[in-house]
Design a protein around this ligand. Structure first.
Ligand code: SAM
Length: 293
């Protein structure tokens, strides 16, 4: 306690401090992050090897406490007990902003409920960096994080996003990139997109194009190395979906879903009445069966 942080010279207050760490470039650690990590009584982190390595490079020897998806329910009360005792605890993730596609939100909520102070030291975040580099509209965006790994589940989620009037941001891995982009092109339709890779690192790359162009590119060149953010532009203004567009959406949904699920997903995505879309889905699947028969 009583250690000094920042120019103001104020002692680090007790409570939880969310501290952003670099997403690939050590130079992105902020001065306040360094000071906070050195001053807290303990640092809760996802993987002690990852954070231990980072701290060694920064010359910081604050004790680490593992806090990850598999032990969080058990460790959270112990962290709260330390805060009750007047200690200060930092929370970091392996990279970037804690609690964004990483553990943290339940700890923040528990701290707020218990009346502990919660503060955050801002810093690197892959989603926002991908967004600002994409060249797509930044005024309104939705961060979806990781999509499901399997196509049916992935398309289902994409259908729920199809009419969201905002730029969409996803996290993705190399091996799934081409399939995810193909599903996005099929379900979200003709939109601009960007694939941002290895952000802040030596081989940082941002590839821009339509979702279909990006899907075709990565299907051809194979899975890229490194960490990836996908950004998809907002839908073109769709005041009222034409029957033809609903039919296209249904056709794509029916490739992987039952008539009922496809109708539900497209009704939700288009805002058209369920009954009407269901009737259209039935007719469409009937026509398909006739053709197949
Ligand atoms: N909390 C982190 C943040 O604030 O960005 C995200 C953690 S999430 C478990 C990890 C995912 O973020 C990666 O799979 C990748 O999709 C994305 N990511 C992290 N670092 C990245 C980088 N340097 N370049 C591109 N994407 C990155």
């Amino acid at each position: 306690m009583g250690k000094i942080v920042g120019d103001a010279g104020a002692p680090l207050p007790a409570g939880l401090h969310l501290v952003a760490t670099p997403i690939g470039n050590l130079g992105d650690i902020s001065r306040r992050a360094l000071e906070t990590l050195a001053a807290v009584d303990a640092i809760a982190c996802e993987d002690t090897r990852v954070t231990g390595g980072l701290l060694a490079r920064l010359g910081i020897s604050t004790p680490l406490i593992p806090y990850h998806d598999h032990n969080a329910d058990e460790v959270r009360p112990r962290l709260l007990a330390r805060l009750d005792a007047g200690e200060s605890v930092a929370l970091v993730s392996d990279a970037g902003m804690p609690a964004i596609a990483d553990p943290g939100y339940k700890l923040v909520r528990a701290c707020i409920e218990a009346g502990h102070a919660v503060s955050a030291v801002p810093g690197a975040n892959a989603a926002l960096m991908g967004l600002v580099l994409s060249g797509l509209p930044t005024d309104r965006f939705l961060f979806e994080g990781f999509l499901p790994a399997k196509t049916v589940a992935r398309q289902k989620v994409l259908h729920t996003l199809a009419t969201v009037p905002a730029t969409l941001i996803f996290y993705e891995s190399g091996p799934r990139l081409a399939d995810s982009l193909a599903d996005m092109a099929a379900v979200l339709g003709a939109r601009g997109g960007a694939v941002a890779r290895e952000l802040t690192k030596l081989f940082e790359e941002v590839r821009r194009g339509t979702l279909a162009e990006l899907a075709a590119h990565y299907a051809e060149v194979g899975p890229p190395k490194g960490e990836i953010v996908i950004v998809a532009g907002p839908p073109a203004a769709r005041a009222a979906e034409s029957t033809e567009t609903i039919e296209q959406m249904l056709e794509s949904a029916l490739r992987t879903m039952s008539v009922r699920d496809a109708a539900e997903a497209v009704a939700a995505a288009s805002g058209r009445p369920k009954r009407e879309v269901y009737a259209q889905a039935l007719a469409l699947s009937g026509r398909k069966n006739e053709t197949a028969g």
